[in-house]
Design a protein around this ligand. Structure first.
Ligand code: NAD
Ligand code: WQD
Length: 342
């Protein structure tokens, strides 16, 4: 019998790529999503890539009675990967309660159900945002957690604390929080990818939309940082590499059936790239020019961050293997597919 895994937020960007990797590794997947930031097209994409269209239940995880019904309908769940959350930093500043309610209540509802229905394992989507601007680079998992820059970032910090405290208080529940750096790109098939709503805030969708002619010009936020070319540095990581790490985390949790603990791992490449390096690499691999202009810094941005990935490499047995060029090309192929560009 295959191990059944609940993927919350599984029609979304990272969740859909993870569903593909889980199915390819022989897991059975059921997705719960309320489609607040995704569509069922990704289920078709997952089906086309793997040959298996996963089971799908559309509802809001904040609806506890509905979630209880779900756990009754799907007995024998082995683990949960909890992606579902709101994630727009700017929106969280404008609507903090919406973010706290959605991101905290959905986690707490799931934890209560895990205990009640004996589903012992969870992988939680966390973020490098918990580190802010670290004092030392590359940043390790033991770096100090600094006060969050946004309500969104704070929900990730609080969720990690909720997990830590809850796991201490009950027997037999274990979790792994994966702290993603900057996930980018799309599946090489271009059948699934990221669907940004409105004007993108993140760099890569802005680059691909500018290349596609949807945006007139990319604004590069700052060229006066203390970095080699003056633009800010991040650790951009291919979404398929991120997805593969979730499969490793699930396998680790399933092997440690009797352990009750909480671990966290950085998911990055271990290498930082500047905004201008990203633009140059994009132009090189796609042959498409990106019209850009240097403007002032964006409020709240940090100067530079990249991951120390030793812990994930050694303990999870995982390593990011896809290059920045390959990843940017996959993002461009996805954009072209969305816009019908040949
Ligand atoms: P996404 O918006 O594409 O996917 C999240 C999914 O969760 C969406 O499909 C949305 O409809 C669903 N959802 C939200 N609230 C829900 C609720 N209450 N009930 C049911 N479904 C709900 O986002 P993503 O980029 O795939 O991110 C997945 C996770 O990874 C999030 O927790 C996010 O905070 C975290 N993360 C993302 C990034 C990134 O840059 N994309 C970086 C670090 C961490
Ligand atoms: C990357 C770099 C910008 C847009 C955010 C969240 C973080 C995490 C990942 C979830 C920065 C520059 C961007 C543009 C630019 N998400 N930029 N012009 O800010 O590292 O992180 O996404 O957890 O929490 O804060 O990612 O893609 O927005 O920016 O010059 O139009 O690109 O200044 O240096 P960021 P990003």
């Amino acid at each position: 019998m295959k191990n059944l895994i609940l993927v919350t937020g599984g029609t979304g960007y990272i969740g859909s790529h993870t569903a593909v990797e889980l199915i390819n590794e022989g897991y059975e997947v059921v997705i719960v999503d309320n489609l607040a930031n995704s569509t069922t097209d990704s289920l078709d994409g997952i089906g086309q890539i793997t040959g298996v269209r996963p089971a799908f239940e559309e509802f809001d995880l904040c609806n506890k009675p509905r979630l209880e019904k779900f756990f009754k309908d799907y007995p024998g769940l082995k683990a949960i990967i909890h992606f579902a959350a709101y994630k727009a930093v700017g929106e969280s500043v404008e609507k903090p309660l919406m973010y706290y309610r959605n991101n905290l209540v959905s986690l707490m509802n799931l934890l209560e159900c895990m205990n009640a229905y004996q589903v012992p394992s969870m992988v939680f989507s966390s973020s490098c945002t918990v580190y802010g601007q670290p004092r030392e680079l590359p940043v390790t998992e033991t770096a100090q957690i600094l006060p969050a820059e946004s309500p969104y970032g704070n929900t990730k910090q609080i969720c990690e604390e909720i997990l830590r405290d809850y796991i201490r208080s009950v027997e037999g529940i274990r979790a792994i929080a994966l702290r993603y750096f900057n996930p980018i790109g799309a599946h090489p098939s271009a059948l699934i990818g990221e669907l940004p709503r409105g004007v993108p805030n993140n760099l890569i969708p802005y680059v691909t939309q500018t290349a596609a002619g949807i945006r007139g010009e990319l604004k590069v936020f700052g060229d006066d940082y203390n970095t080699p070319d003056g633009s800010a540095i991040r650790d951009y990581i291919n979404v398929v590499d991120i997805a593969a790490a979730h499969v490793k985390a699930i396998s680790r949790l399933l092997k440690n059936q009797n352990k009750s603990d909480f671990e966290f791992f950085n998911l990055g490449t271990g290498k930082g790239s500047s905004v201008l390096e990203v633009v140059n690499t994009f132009e090189k691999v796609t042959g498409v020019k990106v019209n850009y202009k240097i403007v002032g810094r964006r409020t709240g941005d940090i100067e530079q961050v990249w991951a120390d990935t030793t812990k994930a490499n050694v303990e999870l047995g995982w390593k990011a293997v896809r290059s920045l060029g390959e990843t940017l090309l996959s993002a461009w192929n996805w954009e072209k597919k969305l816009r019908g560009i040949k």
